[in-house]
Structure formats: C-alpha cells, structure tokens
Design a protein around this ligand. Structure first.
Ligand SMILES: NC(=O)c1ccc[n+]([C@@H]2O[C@H](COP(=O)([O-])OP(=O)(O)OC[C@H]3O[C@@H](n4cnc5c(N)ncnc54)[C@H](OP(=O)(O)O)[C@@H]3O)[C@@H](O)[C@H]2O)c1
Length: 469
C-alpha cells in the first residue's frame, strides 16, 4: 500500500479541518486520534483516496513516507509532550514533527532541542483563523529550521489563505520558537482590537443610546472603509442577531464576562520581561479581568457617583471621530505588538521580517484587516530593516490626522465615565512616545532621595547622586 505524504494527530475541530484542507490540496493525509472512535467516525464522513486513518500510532507512523512529516494538533501543554514521547521511539533521523497548536514558545524551544538530540526536526507553527481558517485557508506562522521550512513549504503554501495581492499567507518566521512567538503576539493584538471594538460599541450604546442594530449599521460602514477587517465584519451579525429565547437582541442577554485562554496574558508578561511597552494589549487583558468581576461590579455600581455628562457632539460627527480614533488605536496596538516581536527576535537571534508578518496576517487570521496591507507597504518602503513604525512618514501622517478625533472621543468617554482602556492606553502610548521630556526626571530625583539610586543629567555625561537631606 502506498504511503501517505503527511500525518496528522488530533482530530478535534482544528485538526479535523486542517486534515481536510491538506488532503483536498492533493497531499495524501493519514490521521490518528487518541480516541479511536473519533477517527473512525471522521473517516466514515470525510475519508477518500487522499484522506485515511489508522487505529494505532505504530501503524500510523510506518504508513507515512520518509522523511516523515507529522502534524500534531492536540490540546496545548502536556498533551503535546505526551504525543511527542509516543512518537520518538517510532521515528527515524530527519523525520519532522510539527506542532500546529497554540503552544507557548518556551515549550517549542525546549521541544526543538529535545528532538534535535534524536536527529528529529521540530517545527512550531502558529495557525490562526479558527475552524473556518483551518478548513479554507489559515494564516500560518511556521518556526523552525530553513530545511524544515523548505520541506513543508509546498504544503503550507497550498493550504494557506491569500493576502490582498493573492500570495499565500505563510512565511518562514524564524528558528525554533519564532512561529509560536509571533502567533502569541497575534493573539495579543487580537485582544486589543476586540477590546477597542467593544469600547466603540459601548460608547455608541451609552453616550448616544443606540440599539444594537443602529451600532451594527455604523460598524457595517466602518467595515467598508479604512477599518475593513474580519472582526468588524463579524461584529455586525453578532450585534444584529435576535435572541431565539426572547424578544430582544441576543447581545443584550450575553453576560458581560469575557473569557480568555491565556495567550494575551503570555504576551503581556513577555513584554514586561523584555521591557517593551505593550500597554494596549496588557490593558485589554486587564479589561477582561475586570469584566470577570461581574458580581463585585454590580454591587459597587450602586455606591459610586454616575457621570451626568451629556455630549453635544452630533451622532454623525461622533461616529466619524470614532472611526478615526479607532484607526489610530489600531495603529498604536500594532506598533506595540510589532516592537515586541522585534525585541524578542533580537534577543533570540530570529531573522524576523516584520513586513512579511504584516503580510501573512492580511488573510485567514482573526486580525486580518486592510490596515495590515498599509503596514506591509510601510515596512517595505523603509530603507531601515524592521523600523519603528512611528518613525515612518506615512504612519506619522495617519496618526497625526487621527489624533484630534481620537482625543475628542477619549475625552467624551472619560467625561461620561464609560471605560475605554484600549483606546485610551493606545493614545497614551502615542503621547508618551512622542513627548520629548517626560516627568521621569522627578521619578529619578525621588529614587535618588530615598534609595541613592543615582540619576543622569541632561547637561553632562556620567552618573550622579545628591546628598538630599
Ligand atoms: N479552536 C480554535 O479556534 C483554535 C484556533 C487556533 C489554534 N488552536 C489550537 O489548536 C490546538 C487544537 O485545538 P482544538 O480546539 O482543535 O482541540 P483541543 O480541544 O484543544 O484538543 C482536543 C484534541 O487533543 C487531543 N488530546 C488531548 N489530550 C491528549 C493527550 N494527552 N494525548 C493525545 N491527544 C490528546 C484530543 O484527543 P481525544 O479526542 O482523544 O480527546 C483531541 O484530539 C490547540 O493547541 C488550540 O489551542 C485552536
């Protein structure tokens, strides 16, 4: 019997759809799942000449053509290690194991080193786009050796989504953990973008009393302009959906407690460890934490003064300002995320290309958006490799034109007492990074006073300490 091109382990939503995508592109694909019945049912439904399954892992491995290429799509964490341990004795030198789950990049680096000792290659590949993406075209962020990348490139390029110019949304990200790192930051940016969209909804609802359908009309317009993106696109049907179990809108009965699986927290923690300013993503994680305190918020809401501020800005003008402010907010969040990737790449010696990262996020993934085409081109047009976005003329122009509207909506939110930590922190980041003299001089003075921590001077080089008392 002919051996299969690709093996895939893990048939929950992601693996099941990815295997159908890969086999549909002409690569013979063999699947395996810990719970055998799941595999049997899957093959009964979707099996064909290119897609088949095996009941045990030994048969699965021996039925793959060499060098073997095995994708693991199981629950992140210990299950990935368990599967790897089962595979090691069955594999041969030069086989490749590819973890396509949401693994932490530290684990990916550790697994790469461990498998290398056995002569087995390891790729950590970020996959974004949920189940639809896995089936019809995800954005793929493969990390690992160039050799592995070349080996898997035909598969990745044929299954990936397409960017705005029709090229596949995949690129070799860098060595070992680079792919999973970039996927982690992608998810962090996703937190920030979703937070700002939710804040825009809240402002339109609370400051202007709009119904979900009226907010959806405005978002529908935004989604056809410079904010064109998957998340604005899906916000429209989410807002318009009527509740099957009642008379009103479903959105009005969805509990206001946001869940999280941890990739936003990983991103924020990583930024703190590296000393990179990532306020908007981190604020978005805190906003989800605040949302989870529903009972406490309900009690406290009865004990604090409500703002009675009423804006006299017309809805038409406000929705225009909001679009502009959101655009600025998105640029700020992307800038922070890209700077984090750049710092991590420097520290891990990953040869990362930020223009390529912006490009492969143009399609397939959850944060796909028109703005990424703009960022791709901005990075490409720069003579400097991986420049700081705020140094580029086109980004400066875009942010400068957004700033007055952005300040206006943030000040309305503050005066109205409507929390907008995403939009506000994004603006504060821009204000801080573009302020020549910050009050950190006073912080240094205080530190030197109480702890003799010393300070530098503006007028001469060196480190100084003053005997303050
Ligand atoms: N869902 C999404 O939208 C999405 C998007 C991007 C990335 N991801 C990532 O993709 C990966 C897969 O996600 P998913 O939602 O499809 O599945 P999942 O619910 O995270 O995991 C379920 C799969 O893992 C297997 N599994 C669990 N523990 C195992 C163990 N100890 N040994 C062997 N297999 C084990 C299960 O096998 P059994 O059937 O035997 O239980 C099942 O196939 C995860 O890392 C996830 O974070 C998910």
């Amino acid at each position: 019997m002919e051996k299969s091109d690709i093996g895939l382990i893990g048939l929950a939503v992601m693996g099941a759809n990815l295997a159908r995508n890969i086999s549909g592109k002409g690569f013979t694909t063999l699947v395996f799942n810990r719970t055998v019945e799941k595999m049997t049912r899957y093959i009964e439904e979707f099996g064909n000449d290119h897609l088949s399954g095996k009941e045990n892992i030994e048969q699965f491995v021996t039925s793959l053509s060499s060098p073997r290429k095995i994708i693991i799509m199981v629950k992140a964490g210990d299950p990935v290690d368990e599967v790897i341990q089962q595979l090691i004795p069955l594999l041969e030198k030069n086989d490749t194991v590819i973890d396509c789950g949401n693994s932490h990049y530290h684990d990916t680096i550790r697994r790469s080193t461990e498998l290398q000792a056995h002569g087995i290659h390891f790729m950590g590949c970020g996959v974004s786009g949920g189940e639809e993406g896995a089936l019809h075209g995800p954005s793929l962020m493969p990390g690992g050796s160039v050799e592995c990348w070349e080996l898997m490139k035909p598969v990745w390029e044929s299954i990936a989504a397409k960017d705005f110019s029709g090229a596949p949304c995949v690129s070799h990200i860098g060595e070992d953990g680079a792919g999973h790192y970039v996927k982690m930051v992608h998810n962090g940016i996703e937190y920030a973008v979703m937070q700002m969209i939710a804040e825009a909804y809240d402002l339109l609802k609370k400051a202007y009393g709009l119904s979900p359908d009226q907010v959806a009309d405005i978002f529908d317009r935004y989604g056809k302009g410079k904010l064109e993106s998957y998340l604005f696109e899906i916000a429209v049907p989410v807002l318009r959906r009527k509740d099957d179990e009642g008379d009103g809108y479903l959105i009005d009965v969805i509990l206001d407690k946001a869940g999280q699986k941890g990739t936003g927290k990983w991103t924020g923690r990583d930024a703190l460890d590296r000393g990179v300013s990532l306020s908007t993503i981190t604020e978005s994680v805190f906003a989800r934490i605040n949302s989870s305190e529903k009972n406490l918020r309900s009690v406290l809401s009865k004990h604090f003064q409500k703002s009675n501020f009423k804006t006299n800005v017309s809805l038409e003008e406000f929705s225009r300002q909001l679009e502009s402010g959101l655009y600025g907010g998105m640029l700020s969040a992307y800038t922070q995320g890209f700077e984090l990737i750049k710092k991590a790449a420097e520290e891990n010696s990953w040869a990362i290309n930020l223009s390529e990262i912006a490009r492969i996020w143009q399609g397939g993934c959850i944060i796909r958006a028109k703005i990424l085409q703009f960022l791709t081109e901005a990075y490409k047009s720069s003579e400097k490799e991986n420049p700081f976005l705020l140094e580029l003329k086109e980004i400066q122009n875009s942010i400068n034109s957004a700033l007055p509207d952005w300040r206006a909506i943030v000040s309305i939110s503050i005066q109205s007492g409507i929390p907008t930590p995403g939009l506000t922190s994004a603006l504060q980041y821009i204000d801080a990074m573009t302020t020549e003299r910050l009050p950190a001089n006073l912080i240094q003075g205080l530190r030197d006073y109480f702890g003799a921590h010393s300070y530098e001077r503006t007028d001469k080089k060196g480190t100084f300490h003053t005997d303050w008392i």
